[in-house]
Design a protein around this ligand. Structure first.
Ligand SMILES: Cc1cc2nc3c(=O)[nH]c(=O)nc-3n(C[C@H](O)[C@H](O)[C@H](O)COP(=O)(O)O)c2cc1C
Length: 356
């Protein structure tokens, strides 16, 4: 019997990705004031590579010290010590024949003043999520509207962090444009009400993402990967559709496809849900307008769901199953009956309990 598509290799640029399974980016909130993750968090990533994941994403790395952080204990990659701490982790992942990709983000309007050394919350517009911040129990603070200085400064943070990742030896960089954080705040009219060059039309809302991608691309050697993560949902006001229509979403995907990125990573709650009142899922809607490789994520938890997701996408990412089941890749291979984990079960990620 021929082996499942899940365990067939996939080529992106010069990388032969050994199978179609990746560890989705997962924030662990384990760093102390040095912004370096705990050793057991590093060990977890290495173990997932040892146990068969072809791609290992880092947690969302914070891009600057002023306003980028959104959660306690997040990591950074801009000091020599931070870079040196990641270097052996990257090497160990690569030793397993896996690919290490650093995800970086600016949390935009999801910050609160005390979490950032400069006490600032910045976003494209002074609009807050409707829900309260579960981290503080308070409403999200009204953000400062970003001026051109802020925009340029924030882009420098993405560039410096990308440089740090290259210095640490990462195979790739991901720009986090999903989940209601800063880049997503610009892309979506749900959070962007600007009337200047960065707001209004879809093209103008895309400008900030374009400038970040272009600036980051300049500091990445040609033999590394650049991926971009997008979603139609955010971690606050989860029920809101961040793009108004399928046409609007597809316009953004078309613009992204003209950028110098190698992969589009689409994040969903549930990969097979139909989107934008159509009978098609997010991977299908994305595929209609791009030839770029597509990663898909969202409740892919066993062999049938992995195979099904791969009919529309090239690579699957898993967060909760990867987090809670160290043998997930082999369990998928053998077709074992596997559980669909809940978000509550995944909260162990934020404790200091070392994961297997
Ligand atoms: C503990 C935890 C931390 C997460 N942190 C991030 C993150 O840093 N960046 C990101 O893009 N998504 C993050 N996510 C979302 C996951 O990458 C993924 O999109 C989501 O959990 C759905 O996939 P799943 O159904 O396989 O869990 C996180 C999810 C979990 C459970």
């Amino acid at each position: 019997m021929s082996e499942s598509i899940i365990f067939s290799p996939f080529q992106v640029k010069s990388f032969t990705i050994k199978n179609r399974i990746g560890v989705a980016p997962m924030t662990r909130m384990s760093s102390s004031s040095d912004s370096i993750p705990r050793q057991d968090v590093f060990d977890f990533l290495i173990r997932r590579a040892k146990n068969g994941a072809a791609i290992v994403y880092t947690e969302a790395i914070v891009t600057d010290y002023e306003s980028a952080q959104g959660y306690p204990g997040q990591a950074r990659m801009v000091t020599q010590r931070q870079i040196e701490s990641w270097r052996p982790v990257v090497r160990a992942i690569q030793k397993e024949g896996s690919i290490a990709i650093m995800q970086m983000f600016h949390c935009g309007r999801m910050a609160w003043p005390e979490i950032n050394p400069a006490n600032r919350v910045i976003a494209p517009s002074a609009i807050i999520p409707k829900q309260i911040n579960p981290m503080t129990g308070e409403p999200y603070p009204v953000p400062d509207i970003m001026g051109q200085f802020d925009i340029d400064h924030v882009i420098v943070g993405f560039v410096e962090t990308a440089k740090g990742a290259i210095e640490a030896g990462f195979d790739g960089i991901e720009i986090h444009g999903a989940h209601g954080y800063l880049i997503n705040n610009f892309l979506s009219s749900y959070s962007n009400a600007r009337s200047d060059a960065y707001g209004g039309s879809v093209e103008s809302r895309f400008r900030f993402a374009h400038e970040v991608i272009q600036a980051v691309k300049k500091v990445i050697p040609d033999d590394r990967l650049l991926t971009f993560r997008i979603s139609n949902w955010g971690v606050a006001d989860m029920e809101a559709s961040l793009f108004n229509t399928k046409t609007e979403y597809q316009k953004i995907i078309k613009m992204l496809s003209k950028e110098p990125i190698d992969v589009i990573s689409v994040s969903t709650y549930q990969y097979k849900d139909n989107a934008f009142e159509t009978d098609r899922n997010m991977a299908q809607i994305t595929r209609e307008v791009t030839d770029l490789p597509i990663m898909i994520c969202g409740q892919i938890y066993n062999k049938p769901s992995a195979e099904d997701a791969l009919t529309d996408a090239d690579i699957i990412l898993s967060a909760k199953s990867m987090l809670l089941n160290p043998n997930w890749v082999e369990d998928v291979r053998s077709g074992k009956d596997l559980p669909l984990y809940t978000s509550e079960e995944a909260n162990v990620a934020y404790t200091d309990k070392p994961l297997q």
